[in-house]
Design a protein around this ligand. Structure first.
Ligand SMILES: C[C@H](O)CC(=O)SCCNC(=O)CCNC(=O)[C@H](O)C(C)(C)COP(=O)(O)OP(=O)(O)OC[C@H]1O[C@@H](n2cnc3c(N)ncnc32)[C@H](O)[C@@H]1OP(=O)(O)O
Length: 762
C-alpha cells in the first residue's frame, strides 16, 4: 500500500501507489463539515457531513445509480478514515444520494479490469482492508440507510455496516451472477450469515433482489421506515448502538443463521445439482457455491480470500465479457441516432386500441393493461370479441393462480379493458396496434379506416411480423405516424419489442413507442422496414439450415440435441413443432418470394402436412407429444425425409451423416450470422449490439455467448467466411457469404464494427 499526501496536505493511504494521476478525491474540512471535492473528472465520490449529534453522514454520489467506481470506493475509504479519526464523530450512517443507496460496482469499469488498463488496488483491498478491517472492525458503529436500491457491491457495503435500515420498497440483492461473476466485496460470506445459506444461495443463483419488507423478514434489514424518516432513524439507531441500547453486529462473524455442517453439505449438494441441470454450460454458479462453502468450512476470512481469487478469474472469463456486453447492449437499444438525440419528449399515451383479439392481440392487450393502460379491444363480431376478452382474462388469471397478482388487482386490471365492434370509441385513442392475420388488403383497409376515425396525433402501429409497412399504409396519407410494433408470442411474456420504422415514420412517433415499450417492460429494438425485419430474417436460415442438414443425412434429433446443448431453449425442429407448420410455411413463402437465391427448398414439412402432421397442436410433428406436451422422437419421420430426398434429388452426404456437434452448430448458426450481417449492412439494424439483443430476446440465443454478432466475432470474420464459402461450393447459394462478410474477412475486421457508409433504409 502506498502512502501519499493529497494536495490539501491530508495524509491518505492510497492502495494504488502511483495511480492517483487519474483522479484525486481530496478532503476539505470546513467548520465541522467536510466535503469531498472532485478533481480531474472523478467518476463519482462520497461526501461526509458531521451533524451536531455526532453522527457522520457519508453519502455515495455517482449518478444515475450511485455505482461504486474505484473513485467512489477510494473516496468512501477516505471519508471513513476521516470519520474514524475525528473526535466529534461518534457513529456513522452510510447512504446514497437521491433515494438510491447503490446499484453496485461500476460495471463500465469491468472492461478496464479485463484489459489491465485500470490500476487495480492491491489484492483484497476493498473487501478486506476497506469493508472488513475499516468499516466492520471500526470502533464506531455504522448503519446503512437504504432507499431505492442496494444491489451487488452496494448491498455488500451495507452488509459490512453494523445495522441496516431500509424503506419497504427498496430492492436489495446480489445480482452479480447475471454478469458472469460472483459477489466480490464479501457478499458470499455475509449474506449466508445474515439470511441463512439456503436463502443466500437462492438470492445469488437467481440474481433476484428482495424488497425491503421481505429483507426485514429475512433478517437482512433491521428496521423498516418511510423514505422521509430514513436518515433520521438511521442516525438514532447508530447513537443507540453507541449507548449499548441496540446490538452492534459484525455480520461476518454471525453464526446463528448458519446450518449445521451436515445440513449445509446437503444444501450445497442440492444447489450444485440444480445448477448442473439448469445451466450446464456455466461455471460461475458452481464457483459461487464453492466460495460460500469455503467460508462455512474454513471460516469467513478464508472465504473472503477465496472470493477475491475467484472473482479475479471470473471477471476475465468469456462468460463475463459476454454478459456485460449484453447488459450494456440492452440499455443501448433505446439510444437511436437521429431519433433519441433530438431532444424530443415522449408524448403521453392515455388510451390504446388493439385490433384483433387472437393470440397476439390478446397478448398485447394483456401487456398493456398490466402496465395500467386503458385498452379497447376491437373484433369483427361478438363471438370473436368475447373470445379475445376471455383470452386476456385467462392471461391475467394465470398470474393470480401463480400468486403474482391478487384477486383485487386482477379485477382492477381487467376493468381497464373494453370491447368494441366498431371504430366509434377510437376517437380519443392515442395509439392503435393492429394485430390481425397477415393479409395485406385487410391491413390496408384497417389503416384507411383508422385514418378516418382516430385523432390526427394517434400513432398507427401494426404488429405484422413480415409485411412491408409501406404497403400496409399505402391507402392512407398518414405515413409519418405508421410504425411497426412487432411483439413476440406470447406477447405479455416475451421481452422483445421490434419497433419497425419506415423512411417516413417521424422520430416523435418512434420516441413515443420507445416510451410505451419501456412502460410495458419490453426491451425495444428499433429496426428498419424489410421482409422479416431483424429477428425473423435471422430465424429463417436457422430452420433452413437444419432442413438442409437433415436432407443430407444428419440425424434430426442429434441436431436438436447439439443446438440445445449450445444453449438455445430448443432445437430448430422442436421449435417448428411449437410454432406450427402452418405458420412456418407461411413465413417461408415470404422468404422464398423475397430472397429466392438463398432459400433452401425442402419438401419435408409439406409432405408431413399432407399426412395431417402440423406440429405440437396435432400432437405430431417432428416429435410425438403426450398429454403433458412431452416430446419424444418419432421413427416414422424418417420416411418423410427419404421421400423429400427423392423429390429434390438430394443424396446422403457421408460427411454430413457423421457431423460433430461443433460442425452442426457452425452449419446451423453461421448462416444465421451471414443473414445478421446482411441486416446490419443494409442498415436494418443500426448497431451490431441491437442484433445481439434481438437474437437473445427474440430467438433465445444464449446471453452468455453475447448474442449472435458478439459470438461471431469470437470465431472471427475470416474463419466464418472460409467455412461458408467452402459449404456454398458443395451445397449452393444458401451458404454463400454475403458481400459484407467477404469485405470484413478480407480486411480481418470484426463483424460488429460500425458500418460507416451503410446504405441506410431508415
Ligand atoms: C464486486 C461486486 O460484487 C460486483 C458488483 O457489484 S457488479 C454490479 C452488481 N449490480 C448490478 O448487477 C445491478 C445492475 N443494474 C441494474 O440491474 C439496473 O440498472 C438497476 C436496477 C440498477 C436500475 O434499473 P433502471 O432503473 O431500469 O435503469 P437502467 O436503465 O438499467 O440503468 C440506468 C443507467 O445506469 C447504468 N447502470 C446501472 N447499474 C450500473 C452499474 N452497476 N454500473 C454502472 N452503470 C450502471 C445503466 O447502464 C444505465 O446507463 P445509461 O442510462 O447510460 O444507459
Amino acid at each position: 500500500m502506498g502512502i501519499s499526501h493529497t494536495q490539501t496536505g491530508t495524509i491518505s493511504t492510497d492502495p494504488r501507489s502511483d495511480a492517483r494521476s487519474v483522479v484525486s478525491a481530496s478532503l476539505r474540512i470546513a467548520g465541522g463539515k467536510a466535503t469531498v471535492k472532485e478533481k480531474n473528472m472523478a467518476k463519482g465520490t462520497t461526501t461526509i457531513d458531521v451533524g451536531a449529534d455526532g453522527v457522520a453522514l457519508i453519502t455515495i454520489i455517482n449518478p444515475p445509480v450511485n455505482s461504486l467506481s474505484f473513485d467512489v470506493l477510494y473516496s468512501l475509504k477516505e471519508s471513513y478514515d476521516q470519520a474514524l479519526r475525528r473526535d466529534d464523530v461518534k457513529a456513522i450512517v452510510v447512504t446514497g444520494a437521491k433515494g438510491k443507496f447503490s446499484g453496485g460496482f461500476d460495471i463500465s469499469a469491468f472492461g478496464g479490469v479485463q484489459t489491465g488498463k485500470v490500476d487495480q488496488p492491491k489484492p483484497g483491498y476493498i473487501s478486506i482492508d476497506v469493508l472488513t478491517d475499516t468499516v466492520e472492525a471500526a470502533r464506531k458503529p455504522s448503519v446503512a440507510a437504504i432507499d431505492g436500491l442496494a444491489l451487488g457491491g452496494g448491498l455488500e457495503v451495507a452488509m459490512a455496516c453494523h445495522a441496516r435500515i431500509s424503506t419497504p420498497t427498496a430492492q436489495l440483492g446480489l445480482p452479480e451472477l447475471q454478469l458472469g461473476i460472483i459477489p466480490g466485496f464479501g457478499g458470499t460470506q455475509r449474506l449466508p450469515r445474515l439470511v441463512g445459506i439456503s436463502k443466500a444461495l437462492e438470492m445469488m443463483l437467481t440474481s433476484k433482489p428482495v424488497k425491503g419488507t421481505e429483507a426485514h423478514g429475512l433478517g437482512l434489514v433491521d428496521s423498516l421506515v418511510s423514505p422521509n424518516e430514513l436518515v433520521s432513524s438511521a442516525r438514532r439507531w447508530a447513537l443507540d448502538m453507541v449507548e449499548g441500547k441496540r446490538p452492534w453486529v459484525a455480520s461476518l462473524y454471525k453464526t446463528d443463521k448458519l446450518d449445521s455442517f451436515g445440513e449445509a453439505r446437503e444444501i450445497f449438494k442440492f444447489g450444485r445439482a440444480q445448477v448442473r441441470r439448469q445451466a450446464p454450460n456455466l461455471q460461475h454458479p458452481l464457483v459461487c457455491i464453492d466460495v460460500v462453502e469455503t467460508g462455512i468450512i474454513s471460516g469467513p476470512r478464508a472465504g473472503l480470500w477465496k472470493e477475491f481469487e475467484s472473482f479475479q478469474e471470473l471477471v476475465r472469463s468469456d462468460t463475463c465479457k459476454s454478459l456485460v456486453h449484453i447488459f450494456f447492449a440492452q440499455r443501448g437499444t433505446t439510444k437511436v441516432p437521429a431519433v433519441t438525440d433530438l431532444g424530443l419528449k415522449p408524448r403521453r399515451v392515455n388510451k390504446v386500441a388493439v385490433i384483433g383479439g387472437g393470440l397476439m392481440g390478446s397478448g398485447i392487450a394483456t401487456a398493456l393493461v398490466l402496465s395500467n393502460y386503458p385498452v379497447i379491444l376491437k373484433e369483427i363480431n361478438e363471438k370473436f370479441l368475447q373470445a379475445g376478452l376471455d383470452r386476456v382474462k385467462a392471461n391475467l388469471q394465470s398470474r393470480v393462480k401463480k400468486g403474482k397478482m391478487t384477486q383485487e388487482k386482477f379485477e382492477k386490471t381487467f376493468s381497464l379493458l373494453k370491447g368494441a365492434l366498431d371504430y366509434e370509441s377510437f376517437r380519443d385513442v392515442d395509439m392503435v396496434i393492429e394485430a390481425v392475420i397477415e393479409n395485406v388488403s385487410l391491413k390496408q383497409q384497417i389503416f384507411a379506416d383508422l385514418e378516418k376515425y382516430c385523432p390526427p396525433h394517434c400513432i398507427l402501429a401494426s404488429n405484422t411480423s413480415t409485411i412491408d409497412l409501406n404497403l400496409v399504409g399505402s391507402k392512407t396519407r398518414s405515413h409519418d405516424r405508421i410504425i411497426g410494433a412487432h411483439f413476440f408470442s406470447p406477447a405479455h411474456i416475451m421481452p422483445l419489442l421490434e419497433i419497425v420504422r419506415t423512411n417516413k415514420t417521424s422520430p416523435q412517433v418512434i420516441v413515443d413507442l420507445l416510451d410505451v415499450g419501456k412502460k410495458i417492460r419490453k426491451t425495444p429494438v428499433v429496426v428498419g422496414n424489410c421482409t422479416g425485419f431483424a429477428v425473423n430474417r435471422m430465424f429463417f436460415p436457422y430452420t433452413q439450415a437444419a432442413l438442409l442438414l437433415v436432407e443430407h443425412g444428419t440425424d434430426l434429433y442429434l441436431i436438436d440435441k447439439a443446438v440445445t446443448k449450445f444453449g438455445m431453449p430448443m432445437g430448430p425442429f422442436r421449435l417448428v413443432d411449437l410454432v406450427g407448420f402452418g405458420v412456418g410455411v407461411a413465413t417461408a413463402m415470404q422468404f422464398i418470394e423475397n430472397f429466392p437465391e438463398r432459400t433452401y427448398k425442402s419438401m419435408v414439412i409439406p409432405l408431413m402436412q399432407e399426412d395431417k402432421r402440423a406440429g405440437e397442436t396435432t400432437r405430431k410433428g417432428f416429435y410425438l407429444y403426450d398429454d403433458k406436451r412431452k416430446a419424444r422422437p418419432d421413427p416414422e419421420v424418417k420416411k418423410y425425409i427419404e421421400k423429400a430426398r427423392s423429390i429434390s434429388g438430394v443424396s446422403v452426404d457421408p460427411k454430413l451423416a457423421k457431423l460433430s456437434e461443433k460442425d452442426i452448430i457452425e452449419m446451423i448458426f453461421l448462416p444465421v450470422v451471414n443473414e445478421a450481417c446482411r441486416v446490419f449492412a443494409e442498415g436494418i439494424a443500426v448497431k451490431a449490439a441491437d442484433l445481439d439483443i434481438s437474437s437473445v430476446m427474440g430467438m433465445g440465443f444464449p446471453p452468455y455467448r453475447g448474442g449472435i454478432m458478439f459470438w461471431a466475432d469470437s470465431l472471427g470474420s475470416k474463419y466464418i467466411y472460409t467455412r461458408l464459402e467452402e459449404w456454398s461450393k458443395t451445397f449452393g447459394g444458401f451458404f454463400k457469404p454475403c458481400a459484407f462478410l467477404a469485405e470484413r474477412a478480407a480486411a480481418g475486421a470484426p463483424l460488429s464494427a460500425p458500418v460507416e457508409q451503410a446504405k441506410s433504409r431508415m
